[in-house]
Design a protein around this ligand. Structure first.
Ligand SMILES: [Fe+2]
Length: 369
C-alpha cells in the first residue's frame, strides 16, 4: 500500500491532480515525473499509454478542503425546489395565483437561508447541465441578486421585490419561439429584435398580477437597460434605471458568461469578472461592480492557482473581507519543483503577488482517508 496515494482509472483523471509515480514511454524514458500536476494535454497523453490505472497523490487534499467541497453547491435543497417550480412556471404561459404564491414562498426561503448563512458569498463550485440553462439561470441570478441586495443593506420588503424580479426576470421568454432562443450561433437582426421583446412581454405578464410589485415587474422590463443608454427596450440611462434592475442586469451577464450552453462553453469566473470590470461606467456602475467583486468567491478553497511568480499552489483559505485574495499553499516552485516545506502565501497581504490562472477544483474519485 502506498501511503498518501490512491490508484485511479486513467479515464477518471482530472486536470490539477498530482501524479504519484513516474510514467515511462515504450522505450523506458520518463514521460511524466512523480509529483507533476496534470494538465489536459498530459491526461490525453497518459490515455495513449496503454495503462488502465495510475497512482495519484492524495495528501495535498486536506480535511478542510474536503468539507468545503461537500458544502457545495450553495443552498442545494432550495435551489432544487426553486428550479422545479420555475419549470412549472415557465410551462404555464401565465402566472396564476398558486404559482405567484409559490414564487413568494421560494424567494422568502432563499432570503431566510442567506440571512442564516455565515458565508454570504457566491459559490462557483456548482456545475450545471446544459438543457437546464433557463431554470438554473433564473435561480442563480436570484441568489446572486439577493446577495448583492444584502450587501446594500436592503430591508426584507426590498429583498422580496428584488428576489421576485430576479427569479422572474426572463419570464417573457416563454413567449419567444424556442428555435430562436436555442439557436446555435449568431441571431439575425430580425431574430434579435424578437428576442428583445422578452422584456416587455415579461413586464406585461407580471403587471397583470396584483401580488407582484411594480418594482419586481420593472426588473423584467429593465434588466437589459445599460448605464450609457445603449440597452433596451427603452434606452434608459444611469439613475433612470432603478438599483433593482441594475443589480439583476449585472448578475444576468455574469451568470450568462460563466454558463455552459449547447453552443458554447462558459468562461472562467475570473475572466467573466474581468469582462464586467471593463464595462464599468458604460454598462454597469462602479459601486455595483465593486460589490460584486467582494461577493464572488473567484477562487474556491481547493482550486489550484498559478501565481505571477510562476509558482503553483492550492487555495486553502479565503478571507470574507476580500474573497478575491485567498491564502495559497505553494505546491510547486517557479521551476516546477515540489515544495516540501509548508509554505503559505497570503495574497491579500503580499500585494505584489497576483493570481494569473485558476484551474477547476479537484472533483470526486480521490479518497480522503
Ligand atoms: Fe433577459
Amino acid at each position: 500500500m502506498h501511503s498518501g496515494l490512491t490508484r485511479i482509472d486513467v479515464n477518471e483523471l482530472k486536470e490539477g491532480m498530482v501524479l504519484g509515480e513516474n510514467l515511462y514511454d515504450s522505450l523506458g524514458n520518463i514521460l511524466l515525473g512523480d509529483g507533476i500536476i496534470l494538465k489536459k494535454s498530459y491526461i490525453v497523453k497518459i490515455r495513449t499509454l496503454n495503462i488502465s490505472k495510475i497512482w495519484i497523490k492524495e495528501n495535498i487534499i486536506t480535511k478542510e478542503i474536503k468539507e468545503a467541497q461537500h458544502n457545495d453547491p450553495y443552498l442545494f435543497e432550495t435551489r432544487l425546489e426553486a428550479k422545479k417550480f420555475m419549470k412549472d412556471a415557465m410551462q404555464g404561459f401565465y402566472l396564476n395565483g398558486t404559482i405567484i404564491e409559490k414564487v413568494l414562498e421560494i424567494v422568502n426561503k432563499l432570503i431566510e437561508e442567506l440571512l442564516e448563512s455565515d458565508e454570504i458569498v457566491i459559490s462557483l463550485g456548482k456545475l450545471r447541465t446544459i438543457d437546464d440553462y433557463t431554470l438554473e439561470h433564473s435561480v442563480n441570478v436570484c441568489i446572486m441578486s439577493l446577495i448583492l441586495g444584502l450587501s446594500y443593506g436592503f430591508k426584507y420588503e426590498e429583498l422580496m421585490d428584488l428576489g421576485v424580479g430576479a427569479i422572474l426576470h426572463d419570464i417573457g421568454k416563454m413567449l419567444i419561439p424556442q428555435e430562436i432562443l436555442n439557436k446555435p450561433g449568431a441571431l439575425t437582426i430580425e431574430e434579435y429584435e424578437i428576442v428583445k421583446n422578452h422584456t416587455t412581454y415579461g413586464y406585461e405578464i407580471l403587471k397583470k398580477s396584483e401580488e407582484i410589485s411594480d418594482i419586481a415587474a420593472e426588473v423584467a422590463l429593465c434588466h437589459h437597460e445599460r448605464l450609457d443608454g445603449n440597452g433596451y427596450p427603452l434606452g434608459k440611462k444611469s439613475e433612470q434605471i432603478r438599483i433593482y434592475s441594475r443589480i439583476v442586469a449585472i448578475c444576468d451577464v455574469y451568470d450568462a458568461l460563466t454558463s455552459n450552453r449547447v453552443y458554447k462553453k462558459g468562461i472562467a469566473p475570473h475572466k467573466a469578472l474581468e469582462y464586467i470590470c471593463k464595462m464599468v461606467n458604460t454598462q454597469f456602475d462602479n459601486e455595483l461592480v465593486k460589490r460584486l467583486l467582494n461577493c464572488v468567491k473567484i477562487y474556491p478553497v481547493g482550486s489550484v492557482v498559478k501565481l505571477n511568480t510562476n509558482e503553483l499552489g492550492l487555495v486553502v483559505d479565503i478571507s470574507k473581507a476580500n474573497p478575491s485574495k485567498p491564502i495559497v499553499r505553494i505546491l510547486l516552485d517557479e521551476k516546477g519543483n515540489k515544495v516540501i516545506n509548508y509554505l503559505e502565501v497570503d495574497t491579500n497581504r503580499n500585494l505584489g503577488i497576483q493570481i494569473t490562472n485558476v484551474f477547476p477544483k479537484f472533483e470526486g474519485r480521490l479518497s480522503f482517508t
